[in-house]
Ligand binder design. Sequence first.
Ligand code: HEM
Length: 184
Amino acid sequence: MYGLVNSGLADYVRRNYDVETWNRIVAKSGVSTEVFVSMESYPDEVTYNLVVAAAEVLGQDVAKILEGFGEHWVLVTAKEGYGSLLGMFGDNMKDFLKNLDSMHARMGTTFPKLRPPSFVCRDIDATTSELEYHSERAGLTPFVVGLLKGLGKYFETPVDIKVIGTKSESVSHDTFLLTWSVKG
Ligand code: HEM
C-alpha cells in the first residue's frame, strides 16, 4: 500500500504513545525502511508486518490496532491532510458512504498504483443500511470498523456498527449493518 498508509500508522502510534514505541515496532517488524514516502507504493506485507509488530509491542490484539488506526485515519490523516477531498463527497455520512468509490477513484489520479477497496451502501429502511466491503486484501475488517466509527464522529452521526457477514470462499465481501439512531 502507499506510504501514506504506513506513515499514518506511524503517526497513530507516535501520537497515542511515543516515538520510542514506534521505533521498537519498526525494529520488531523486520521492515528495513524507517521513513515512508507517502506517494510511493510499498508491498502490502510492510503494512501487515508493522500492524502485527504493533500488536506485539503494545500487547493488544491486531484487531484493536487496526480499529484504532482506522479511526485515526479518518479523524487525523484524512481530516488534516485531505479535508477538502472529504468535503467534496458528501455532507452527511450516508451520502459519503455511497460516494466512497468515487472518492478513491479521485485519489487514483494522484496515486496511480492505488488498488482501492469498493463499497456498496444500501438503505434497508429509515434507520438501517447495509454496507458491503469488497477488497482484494484479507484481514482488514476491523480497519473498516474503525473507519466507520471515525466517520460517525466526523459527521457527528451516532451509528451502531455490526459485522453481519464476512468474506469466505463462497462470499466475496464483508457486510456491515449500520443502524442510525436518528431517522435519515
Ligand atoms: C480522504 C480520505 C482518504 C484517503 C486519502 C484514502 C486513501 C487510501 C489509500 C492511499 C489507500 C491504500 C491503497 C493502496 O495503496 O493500494 C487506501 C486504502 C483503504 N481505504 Fe481509503 N482513503 C480515504 C478514506 C477512506 C475512508 C473514509 C474509508 C472508509 C471506509 C476508506 C477505506 C479504505 C480501506 C478499507 C482501505 C484498505 C485497502 C483495502 O481494503 O483493500 N478510505 N485508502
